[in-house]
Design a protein around this ligand. Structure first.
Ligand code: PGA
Length: 253
């Protein structure tokens, strides 16, 4: 069985290095006991080195974004090669919070290429801002996926993980209903298949993100039939995260 992938997006949390170390230590302890679940933590850049362990690989490390530049005079930027060199394996790309602060589909596309060319997996977020009864959001979603993957060579499809993350469900009270997660993630796969190939679409992991917590995670995996979850708030809340990981790990499909 393919392992379920749980990716924690810490965003701009926690506010101290000590707390970051505490979170990653606790994550490792729980992750070691999981059978069917692979765990990835994406701390802020500053904490990444402290979260990478030479001794334990139970939690892989990802970054929350990456520069499209290779190096040189780019103040404030971190290159793909730098991340790869210190042991980063995943990069979140196209998160709606990054899109809101200026990442166009074209830039997202460049970040995907920069990530996979450096030998890391690109965790690509897509999702509609609003949902309507008429289904216009499906066209919006399709266009966004097409633009995001337009310039990507098909050989890179295997290094892409898609996160279907409806923007209206991020930081909200409730996640999307698992039945809707199922329908929309199938739709996302279909569009991916039209862009790359049916074979790529069969292999690509599609995750769900948006207000996932320990209460709803199991159902989203079981009924939503997604390959994993991108978790925001609950990923830095250790008691909740422990329960979430256990709930996901025991789902039998
Ligand atoms: P949330 O964030 O789980 O706090 O809604 C998810 C995300 O933005 O990736």
């Amino acid at each position: 069985m393919n392992k379920r992938l749980i990716i924690g997006n810490w965003k701009m949390n926690p506010s101290t290095l000590d707390e970051a170390k505490r979170i990653i230590r606790s994550m490792r302890i729980v992750a070691t006991k999981l059978e069917h679940t692979q765990v990835v933590a994406c701390p802020p850049y500053l904490y990444i080195s402290n979260c990478i362990s030479k001794k334990s690989n139970s939690v892989s490390i990802g970054s929350q974004t990456v520069s499209i530049q290779e190096g040189g005079a780019h103040t404030g930027e971190i290159s793909p090669a730098m991340l790869k060199d210190i042991g980063v394996q995943y990069v979140i790309v196209g998160h709606s919070e990054q899109r809101a602060s200026g990442d166009s589909d074209e830039i997202v596309s460049k970040r995907i290429i920069a990530t996979v060319e450096a030998g890391m997996k690109a965790v690509v977020c897509i999702g509609e801002n609003v949902r309507d009864e008429q289904g216009v959001y499906l066209d919006t979603l399709k266009d966004q996926i097409k633009r995001t993957f337009a310039g990507i060579q098909s050989k890179y499809a295997r290094d892409i993980i898609i996160v279907y993350e409806p923007v209206w469900a991020i930081g909200a009270k409730e996640a999307m209903a698992p039945e809707q997660v199922y329908e929309t993630s199938l739709f996302v796969k279909k569009v991916f298949s039209d862009i790359f190939s049916q074979e790529s679409a069969m292999k690509v992991k599609v995750l769900y993100g948006g207000s996932v917590n320990f209460r709803n995670a199991g159902d989203i995996i079981r009924i939503g039939k997604v390959d994993g979850l991108l978790v925001g708030r609950e990923s830095v809340n250790i008691p909740g995260l422990k329960e979430l990981l256990k709930a996901v790990d025991v789902v039998v499909l």
